[in-house]
Structure formats: structure tokens, C-alpha cells
Design a protein. Structure first.
Length: 243
């Protein structure tokens, strides 16, 4: 076996700096989403000055943000004009599968990770320490706010729809007549499997949710296409409450 080349201090430093600056990468993405930058670029290429005016941010700040996003592969620049990259296009409302809602992860869980050492010492969640409240109170407030609940449902679908597409593509559901979707939220995985699998019309769906009420039903239906609605109108659905 050929001896491995010894790692130079500068190489170790570069890798550690990459790890340390991970928070800056996340915040760059979160900020672009909160400002609506990807949505603005979905209307067409724009200069940094034009974007800064539309987003109501400082021109120099906008240029620096765009440079960072270009480095991350989320936007592209050509002849002084910026446009969304292929990945950036998924962060707009025009995307067949909008993925921008995953930026909601930065609103709660990002802050909780500040207290990871305490979580590891006590092996317990950090809701109280990070947010001044308990998890049950956070979700109770979420269920009472239609706008935030819709946003939460969109975030869940941003994860589950691509997963459902992959499952439907790689798993043969032909021998089965019953699908149990545990903790499926708005039903992104189930909807994709039902849409892409030709045997869906003969299935029984068992939708298992911990929510005390059918919280996500009104959230799921608006994102279902006409073809999907026709398929699911023939599917028998049984709701199963879990303890």
C-alpha cells in the first residue's frame, strides 16, 4: 500500500474553516429566501442594482449576497446579469416542486443548535432554553395560525414530494393493496406514490397522524393536481389515530 501523504497544516486549516463557516452558508441561503431573491429572479435576469432596489437592500450588500450565492451554485452571472441556477429555480413558486420552504428550518432549529452542548450533556430537547417555551406550546400556536401552518405544510411537502417520487420510481407496489402513511402530514409521499403508481386506484390508504384533528387536510388539497384528484377520488381512505 502506497503511504499516504501527510496532511499539511494549511490543508487542515482550510477544512476546519469550511466547517466553521457552515453557519454562514446556511444564513446566506436563509437570507436569500426571506428576501424573496429567487422569486424575483424567476421573473427574469437582473443586475445587482436592479435586484437591490426590488428587494429594498443596500446595493453593496446585494452584490455581496449574489457573489456568495453564485459560489454556492444557486445563481449564475453572465454579462452583469444574474439568474437562478438550476438548483435556484427549485426555490421559486414556479417550480413543479417548490423547495424554498425548507428555509423554515432556520427559524427554529437553527437557534436550538446553539445549545447543542447542553442537549448532549442532558440528552434532552432545547425548546425552553432556545425559545422560552415547550414543544407542545410551539405546535399548538402553529396549529392556530393558518398562515404559519400552511408554511409548515409546504416545508413538509418540500421534503416528502421528492421522496415520494423516488419511492414510486424504485419500488414495485403491484403486489400490495394497502399503504400506511405514518406521520405523513399533508400527504406528499402518499400523493406522489398514488399518482405515479398505476395500481393506486385499488388501494386502501391508512393515514396515521399524531395530530388530535385532521389539521393538514385543507393544506393538502390545493397542491393536488386535477389528475391526482381523479386518482384519489377512487382511493379508499381510512384515517387511523395513533397514541
Amino acid at each position: 500500500m502506497k503511504p499516504m501523504k501527510a496532511l499539511k497544516p494549511v490543508e487542515a486549516l482550510n477544512r476546519l474553516v469550511e466547517i466553521v463557516n457552515g453557519y454562514a452558508v446556511s444564513q446566506t441561503f436563509f437570507s436569500a429566501c426571506r428576501l424573496g431573491l429567487f422569486e424575483q429572479l424567476s421573473k427574469g435576469p437582473a443586475t445587482a442594482d436592479d435586484l437591490s432596489e426590488r428587494l429594498s437592500i443596500h446595493p453593496n450588500g446585494c452584490r455581496r449576497l449574489l457573489v456568495a450565492l453564485a459560489h454556492l451554485g444557486l445563481v449564475e452571472r453572465e454579462d452583469g446579469l444574474y439568474r437562478n441556477s438550476e438548483v435556484g429555480n427549485f426555490c421559486t413558486s414556479k417550480s413543479p416542486v417548490p423547495l424554498e420552504p425548507i428555509s423554515m428550518m432556520g427559524e427554529t432549529f437553527y437557534h436550538m443548535f446553539e445549545y447543542l452542548p447542553d442537549a448532549l450533556r442532558e440528552f434532552s430537547p432545547r425548546w425552553q432554553q432556545a425559545l422560552g417555551t415547550e414543544a407542545s406550546e410551539v405546535f399548538a400556536a402553529l396549529y392556530e395560525d393558518p398562515a404559519r401552518l400552511r408554511r409548515f405544510a409546504q416545508m413538509m411537502n418540500a421534503f416528502s414530494i421528492p421522496q415520494g417520487q423516488e419511492i414510486a420510481e424504485h419500488f414495485d407496489f403491484t403486489p400490495y393493496r394497502c399503504v400506511m402513511d405514518v406521520g405523513g402530514g399533508p400527504g406528499g409521499i402518499a400523493i406522489q406514490i398514488g399518482t405515479l403508481s398505476c395500481v393506486a386506484s385499488s388501494w386502501t390508504w391508512l393515514l396515521c397522524a399524531r395530530s388530535p384533528k385532521n389539521t393538514f387536510k385543507p393544506m393538502a388539497w390545493p397542491v393536488v393536481s386535477l389528475r391526482q384528484r381523479l386518482i384519489f377520488s377512487r382511493v379508499r381512505i381510512r384515517k387511523v389515530r395513533t397514541s
